[in-house]
Every structure is written in structure tokens, then in C-alpha cells.
Design a protein around this ligand. Structure first.
Ligand code: PEP
Ligand code: MN
Length: 338
């Protein structure tokens, strides 16, 4: 249910409704809109039969049910796209944001060089995995906390904030210490314990769609984070598994307009894990910007042939410079900028 406040309702009226909702056993979530504010009433213990009293309170316009299974992620609670601010970088506005960097942090020198290259090309954020979820337990698992320290050094050297994956609920605290944005990988999309823990933190979360996740399940996963109080969720479409084997995954480009219709959360595209091959990265990135994604996350390595993970899809700094030039033109053509 959402309590829609009147346009002229003040802070006091809002606070009184929040208090009353808590008294009735709901978890109230205030969503500040451009024109009016609404309060999402969620929680299994809320006394729905008594909600009529809220409708009579000062400043309240009406109460409407939310028809979707996801509530706080739904467009029904907020019409305009939410702006998620990651250390000053804003996702969801007119700017299309590029996040770039290697699949994995391999050394301080490698991540600092990567950061310098991607920054020079116009990326606003750095990426790099310190905890890597690998298909094989015998593959490189990442430098872990040492990798986080190298990412922090790269941030100091370049001023670029970074995102990095947290694979295990055990590592939320250590990743929190360093990162600007948590990344939840495709394999963890329904790790509800991890999602709930991240919802209790105050750092933004980049939530990657699973390879076998419907859009509804994707939004339900976001709901696990939102309902714990963390409103800063950015979605990421990174390809789903289909019968096609020519690409690593199949980029579900239609996910973007569908999510834009159903949710107020920003969404970006990962052309690297979807295509899985360097020659496809440019075309998929162009498509991402053209279809209305709020950003891209691209794997770039100073020496892609020597990348310790995902070399086949990792592009060079020169390739990335050219890509950014093309993406800027696509962004301008749809009234946005990079
Ligand atoms: C990654 O970003 O390096 C990664 C492992 O991605 P995904 O979770 O989408 O496979
Ligand atoms: Mn990767």
C-alpha cells in the first residue's frame, strides 16, 4: 500500500503518518518525489484492517494498493527515475555513466594503470574484482583484501570511485571499509542473506541480473535490499542464458525498456559479460546507450591478452577510447550526454 501525501503536506504531517504506520506494525518507507511524497507501507505484520485511520490524517490525500509483487522498486511508488549518487557520480539523470576497469585486480600497478587509462577516456568510475566468483574452484579467486587496498590506491591516484563485488555475506564488512559501491554478481542474485545485509548498509549496490532470472525476479531481488532501508540500488543487465552459444550470454536489450516501465531504479548494461568477446563490445555498448540504459560497465585491461580472468571479452585502453567517442555521439542523439 502507498500513502500518497497531498502536495502541500509538510514535514510534520509526513512524520505523523510514519509514526502511525509503525504503530500499526508496518515498515514505512518515505519516497520523496518531485511533486509529492509518498510512504510505502510494507511488512507482513501490518494491520491492514486499521489502515483507514491513516487515510483520515492531516496531509494525506489517499491510500492506494500496490498491485506489483515488488513494492518499493515499483514505478507505482515513484514515477521518475531515482538518482543514485555514488560518491558524487550520479546514475539515473541525463548523464550516461561509464564504469570501466579489469575483471579482476591483479596488482597495484595493474589497477592504477587501468584507472588512469579509463579516466583519461572519460569513465566516471573504476571496476575491479577483489573477490572473484569463479566457475572452477581452481581458478584465480582474486587478491581479496589486498585487492581492495589496491583499488583504494587507484582511487587516491585518480579520484575515480570504484565498485567491487562482494561474493560472501562474511565479507560485507571488509568490502564496506573500502568500496564506494558494492557489486552483487549474477550468481548471487538470489542470495537473500547477502541482499538483506547490503540493505542494512548505507552504500549503493550494483545488482547484476542472474543468467536465469526473470525481470520480475530481478526486481524482487532489488526489493530485498530496498526493504531493509537502502534505497541506492542500480540494476545491471549482463546477459541471460539462452540456446545461443555464439555469445557468452544473450544480452536482453529489451530488459531496459521493460524495467523503465516497471521500476524507478536506474539500470545499466554490461556489454562484456553478455557478448563475451571483444569484437562485440562496441556494438552492444552502442545499443545499450541507444536503448536508454543509464550507463555501461565495461571490462578494460592495460594488457588484455594477459588478463587473469575474462581476457576474451576484455578490451584495450585504445579500444575503450574509441568506444567512448562513439557512445558520446549516441548519447547526444537521444538527448543525453556522457
Ligand atoms: C564481473 O563483473 O566480473 C562478473 C563476475 O560479472 P557477472 O556476475 O555478471 O558474471
Ligand atoms: Mn569478469
Amino acid at each position: 500500500m502507498i500513502v500518497v501525501m497531498r502536495m502541500d503536506a509538510g514535514k510534520d504531517a509526513l512524520e505523523e503518518v510514519v509514526e502511525k504506520a509503525e504503530e500499526l506494525g508496518f515498515s514505512p518507507h518515505v519516497i520523496f518525489g518531485k511533486e509529492r511524497n509518498v510512504i510505502g507501507l510494507v511488512g507482513v505484520n501490518g494491520k491492514r484492517e486499521n489502515v483507514g485511520v491513516i487515510e483520515e490524517m492531516p496531509g494525506v490525500d489517499r491510500i492506494v494498493p500496490i498491485s506489483k509483487p515488488y513494492k518499493l522498486a515499483s514505478k507505482e511508488v515513484k514515477q521518475e527515475t531515482s538518482i543514485v549518487d555514488v560518491a558524487g557520480v550520479k546514475f539515473g539523470g541525463d548523464e550516461v555513466v561509464a564504469i570501466a576497469g579489469p575483471c579482476a585486480v591483479e596488482s597495484e600497478e595493474q589497477i592504477v594503470r587501468s584507472a588512469q587509462h579509463v579516466k583519461a577516456a572519460g569513465a566516471k568510475m573504476l571496476r575491479g574484482g577483489a573477490f572473484k566468483p569463479r566457475t572452477s574452484p581452481y581458478s584465480f579467486q582474486g587478491l581479496q583484501e589486498e585487492g581492495l587496498k589496491h583499488l583504494a590506491t587507484a582511487r587516491e591516484e585518480t579520484g575515480l570511485p570504484f565498485c567491487t563485488e562482494v561474493v560472501n555475506p562474511r565479507n560485507v564488512d571488509v568490502v564496506y571499509k573500502y568500496t564506494d559501491m558494492f557489486q552483487v554478481g549474477a550468481r548471487n542474485i538470489q542470495n537473500f542473506a547477502l541482499l538483506s545485509l547490503l540493505g542494512q548498509t548505507d552504500k549503493p549496490v550494483l545488482l547484476k541480473r542472474g543468467m536465469a532470472t526473470t525481470i520480475e525476479e530481478f526486481l524482487m531481488a532489488a526489493e530485498y535490499i530496498l526493504c531493509e532501508g537502502n534505497k541506492n540500488v542500480i540494476l545491471c543487465e549482463r546477459g541471460i542464458r539462452t540456446f545461443e552459444t555464439a555469445t557468452r550470454n544473450t544480452l536482453d536489450i529489451s530488459c531496459v525498456p521493460v524495467v523503465k516501465e516497471k521500476s524507478h531504479l536506474p539500470i545499466i548494461i554490461d556489454p562484456s559479460h553478455s557478448g563475451g568477446h571483444r569484437p562485440y563490445v562496441t556494438a552492444l555498448s552502442r545499443a545499450a546507450v541507444a536503448v536508454g540504459a543509464d550507463g555501461v560497465i565495461v571490462e578494460v585491461h592495460p594488457e588484455p591478452d594477459n588478463a587473469m580472468s575474462d581476457a576474451a571479452q576484455t578490451i584495450s585502453p585504445e579500444h575503450f577510447v574509441k568506444l567512448m567517442g562513439e557512445l558520446k555521439a549516441v548519447a547526444l542523439s537521444i538527448g543525453r550526454y556522457m
